[in-house]
Write a protein that binds this ligand. Structure first.
Ligand code: OOG
Ligand code: NI
Length: 456
């Protein structure tokens, strides 16, 4: 009997994300420049903050600091989306969260394919923010039909990728050699094509309806439109982008800078204008690809999130039109209502925490009780913030908009349709908040079980 060793899906994801990064750096040199800037800022930040350096080292984070945290694509049909679900499953990435972008004038709804387990996230947290174009929201019947016809003609997957996805499904994984083949084949789906599949006139008509529609419909596949490394100081990178020839989006999205970071802060350099050859040989341009950076903080509970949403709305109203420095100042004032202190956020049930035994807790031989606050006071248990692994719809809309031109179309608003999205996906999306709640619950149960019995 031949013994085939199948790789863990985490390893497939790790190889894929590295190959994707290499491809994108080769395709978009300015993205390479962004990576260099992020690396120097991270380096300087670690130098200035030895405590942060120590913590990241202890968590085994230093080595993979410069590994990308996410990318994004946009697709046009239900078949494409459901096949992508199977493709990402090969890499241990599953649909988490439903994001309605119609609210912000963008005719898509989205999910994030991402690893779910703690170990998988620790190994490589790479996610792909994936949007499905909503042709049903396009006003013009003619344009809608034309788009459907064009999309029906393309296959965004190579035969090799389809074959290896099936093999993963039947054999329960891929060997090392199959993984390398899979990465090569899967990468083809995300590659940039300088040749559009339509003529310039068709492109223009779709573009005039919404630039995003042209981006999804007129090309052979869903080119990766950005990758996003992690920065330790997003404010510094935003400030320094112009020094290295980059045009940053107007403001950093998400919460303001805090001592105890929450959720997700993001910014990007604006999409570049790239030359395209259209069917019939006409030359033109298309603007879609950019580079982004992110900085993550603690995941908020529904109560914390409601407060975040309220403060964000308030802040955005007050800060509309301001430059980033002033915008951030206003946000900081408004967000003073959300305690900037892990202990306060925990006690008030605003954020999720992972509970673990301290050294003293591990040494306990007898029952120590079951009141978690009491155990914390005795120094037997500590709580550590659980990092937010998902996205924020208002921020995502801000990223979309600054890369699609400022023109907005409110006509799409009010159209959340999670059922239609899940039908297209061929599966339901996991509720992101339930994942954090479960991780918190399980960690609490485990320390309590240990301390109630005193068993070691
Ligand atoms: C996706 C924009 C959203 C994020 O990080 O929130 C996004 C896109 O432009 O396709 O990537
Ligand atoms: Ni992004």
């Amino acid at each position: 009997m031949t013994q085939t060793t199948l790789l863990p899906t985490d390893e497939v994801r790790d190889r894929f994300s590295k190959a994707m990064s290499a491809m994108y750096q080769a395709e978009v040199p300015q993205y390479g420049t962004l990576l260099e800037l992020v690396e120097s800022v991270n380096h300087e930040t670690l130098h200035q903050q030895p405590e942060l350096h120590r913590r990241l080292e202890a968590q085994g984070e230093l080595a993979r600091l410069s590994v990308e945290r996410h990318g994004a694509i946009r697709v046009g049909t239900a078949d494409e989306l459901s096949m992508l679900r199977r493709l990402f499953a090969v890499m241990g990435m599953h649909p988490v969260g439903y994001y309605d972008l119609s609210e912000a004038g963008v005719p898509v709804h989205s999910t994030a394919f991402r690893p779910i387990d703690d170990d998988a996230l620790a190994m490589n947290p790479f996610r792909v923010f994936t949007s499905l174009l909503r042709l049903e929201l396009i006003g013009s019947e003619t344009l809608r039909q034309r788009s459907e016809e064009i999309l029906a003609k393309r296959d965004i997957f190579t035969p090799g990728a389809r074959e290896l996805i099936k093999r993963h499904e039947t054999q329960g994984g891929l060997t090392s050699e199959e993984t390398d083949q899979f990465v090569t084949e899967a990468l083809e789906t995300f590659r940039w094509h300088q040749d559009a599949t339509v003529d310039l006139e068709t492109y223009q008509a779709l573009h005039d309806e919404h630039r995003l529609i042209a981006d999804v419909v007129c090309f052979r596949g869903p080119h990766i439109n950005h990758l996003t490394p992690r920065t330790l100081d997003i404010d510094a990178v935003q400030r320094r982008m112009p020094d290295v020839g980059m045009n940053p989006k107007a403001v950093i999205e998400g919460p303001p800078r805090r001592d105890c970071p929450i959720l997700l802060r993001q910014t990007s350099f604006k999409a570049l204008e790239e030359s395209i050859r259209f069917a019939g040989d006409a030359q033109g341009t298309h603007t879609a690809r950019f580079g982004e950076i992110e900085q993550r903080g603690v995941a908020l509970t529904p109560k914390g999130r409601a407060l975040y949403d309220q403060l964000l709305n308030e802040g955005r109203k007050q800060a509309a039109g301001l430059d980033n420095d002033e915008y951030q100042r206003v946000m900081q004032d408004v967000f003073a209502k959300l305690p900037d202190n892990d202990e306060a956020m925990r006690r008030e049930g605003l954020a999720y925490f992972h509970y673990y035994l301290t050294a003293a807790g591990q040494a306990v031989k007898e029952s120590a009780g079951h009141d978690i606050e009491g155990l914390i006071e005795q120094g037997l248990v500590e709580a550590q913030p659980i990092t937010y692994e998902d996205f924020l719809p208002v921020s995502a809309a801000g990223i979309f908009q600054s890369n699609l031109g400022e023109g907005q179309n409110d006509a799409y608003a009010g159209n959340a349709n999670r059922d239609a999205f899940e039908d297209a996906l061929g599966a339901s999306v996991t509720d992101e908040l339930s994942l954090y709640a479960e991780r918190e619950r399980a960690s609490k149960a485990s320390v309590l079980a240990r301390l109630k019995t005193g068993a070691s």
